[in-house]
Ligand binder design. Sequence first.
Ligand code: FAD
Length: 315
Amino acid sequence: MKEGFTQVVKEYDVIVIGAGPGGMTAALYASRANLSVLMLDRGIYGGQMNNTAEVENYPGFKSILGPDLAKEMYESSTQFDAEYAYGNVEKITVNDNNMKTIKTDSDEYAAKALIIATGSQYKKLGVPGEDEYGGRGVSYCAVCDGAFFRDREVIVVGGGDSAIEEGSYLTQLVKKVDVIHRRNELRAQKILQDRAFANPKIDFVWDTIVTEIEGDGQKVTGVKTHNKKTGQDEKLPINGVFIYVGVEPMSEPFNGLGITDEDGWIRTNEKMETAVPGVFAIGDVRKKELRQITTAVGDGSIAGQGVFSYIESLK
Ligand code: FAD
């Protein structure tokens, strides 16, 4: 055993991997059903809510800061003795007796059932200013942040389905959308392209990449662009930059279970069950249409209830 590595095997009825809104809801339901529950997360509880300045579309709160909502959810999710521990989950093994072994970077746990709630991450552009102004003008979620740019001009970076769909959605809120795309044609479905080309609020900037996001220390003030065909560099004064250059599931530790599709999204049925008995998946890591706090919470309640039935069925 390498130095500093403690191998602690502790057993639970349910282990929830990821303490975002999905995982915390699942933990609430499962612990309220009297199951022993451990939530493991490699970061602070709350998941992507911690990257959200203001949430205006979670019922019950007209407006709440993402980290505050995370704290409220954490207090609910642990009120029936669900435990929370640090752990970067690296590997899952399903034993012959259907017990699951969960290996983190430092410990090992066992559970009768597993709920995967590890979420997804937006691919980044990787340009200067992107991280610095995340949540302060740089966004990866039009549904979440579009309303903050009401009647202003914004840019959308990308040319796939998400970029065009979200760009079209934004036109309901903002004054104008410039879609900046590195190619001279879109990858999005034809029907989405037709709608976008017919939309008077959308303009396209072709063959162009964003090279830097600029700000005044508080918020985004503009972007620098480079036209790959003409070689021309420009500065666009803008306050909102929506980036859609792809999104990827955080499902790597589960690749060996045969529950992901070709892009890594975890497939489930309506009960949030995967193809492996006693392994559930919820929230953004799941193959689904809308990735939001409300939908993660909905998935979490279904899995938290379903896991109770699964454990009863083992008796
Ligand atoms: P997440 O919230 O992503 O949580 C996953 C957790 O799993 C994380 O804490 C992560 O650390 C952990 N994890 C991942 N891999 C491992 C591992 N191997 N081991 C241990 N832990 C792991 N939605 C709204 O409804 N309203 C909004 O206003 C809104 N604004 C947003 C703004 C931004 C900038 C972003 C990025 C997203 C926003 N969303 C919003 C989307 C919303 O945050 C997500 O849909 C939601 O958080 C998904 O919940 P989840 O529980 O599935 O996953």
